[in-house]
Design a protein around this ligand. Structure first.
Ligand code: GDP
Ligand code: MG
Length: 198
């Protein structure tokens, strides 16, 4: 479990907001280990593949949007989750390909869940203060949907261990992931903290 891995992508808006360092800092300081990293401009096919690795994602994202509109007392744009999801996939492909992104693999205890906690909820309007999305961006589904664009929320993070495995395989070759030891891992995980006192 301490070797769990998750995929993080700093989206084009995160790069343009010059938040690469801030995001890496937050993931590093909790004790996670960076094991792979690259900058690239993804193409449309790649992004489409990324978001459809989980066959249920389209319906889930569509339902999430509909629920969010309803909980705020607004009428959702689409009432059918699948058509809402397909609309979001289309705008996401555009969003994710307008400039460079930084893709990374982070490793450590409960990496998937810990990273999602640090990243915060999908819609920055309601992401908790103290999370990356809650602290550095202010977009909402309504503002984004009015102009027909993706919610600008700075980064992607895998949402389950199964998704993380598939996403890492899509973005990285096995040989791009580095297997190495960080000295601090002894403090984070080992039973004995011996060897500290001289
Ligand atoms: P995440 O895992 O928190 O990134 O959220 P999802 O996997 O549900 O959605 C993927 C991305 O699609 C989000 O990060 C947003 O950029 C975008 N998105 C999700 N829902 C909506 C929506 O209702 N409207 C718009 N315009 N974009 C959305
Ligand atoms: Mg997601």
């Amino acid at each position: 479990m301490r070797r769990e891995q998750t995929l993080v992508i700093i989206k084009p808006d995160g790069i343009q907001r010059t938040l690469i360092g801030e995001i890496i800092h937050r993931l590093e300081r909790i004790g996670l280990k960076l094991v792979a990293m690259k900058m690239l401009v993804p193409d449309k096919k790649h992004v489409e593949k990324h978001y459809t690795l989980d066959p249920e994602w389209i319906e889930k994202v569509g339902q999430k949007t509909i629920d969010s509109y309803k909980s705020k007392g607004h009428k959702p744009i689409d009432t059918d989750p699948i058509s809402a999801g397909k609309r979001i996939l289309g705008i996401l492909v555009h969003y994710m390909t307008f400039g460079p992104v930084v893709a990374m693999v982070w490793q450590g205890g409960h990496a998937v869940e810990i990273v999602r906690k640090l990243v915060g909820g999908t819609e920055p309007l309601t992401s908790d203060v103290g999370t990356i999305r809650g602290d550095f961006v202010l977009d909402s589904y309504m503002i984004a949907d009015i102009s027909g664009r993706g919610v600008r929320n700075l980064l992607h993070a895998s949402s389950s261990v199964a998704d993380a495995q598939k996403e890492i395989e899509l973005w990285f070759d096995k040989k791009e992931i580095v297997n190495y030891r960080l000295v601090q891992e002894q403090i984070l995980y080992d039973v004995n903290l011996d060897g500290i006192l001289e």
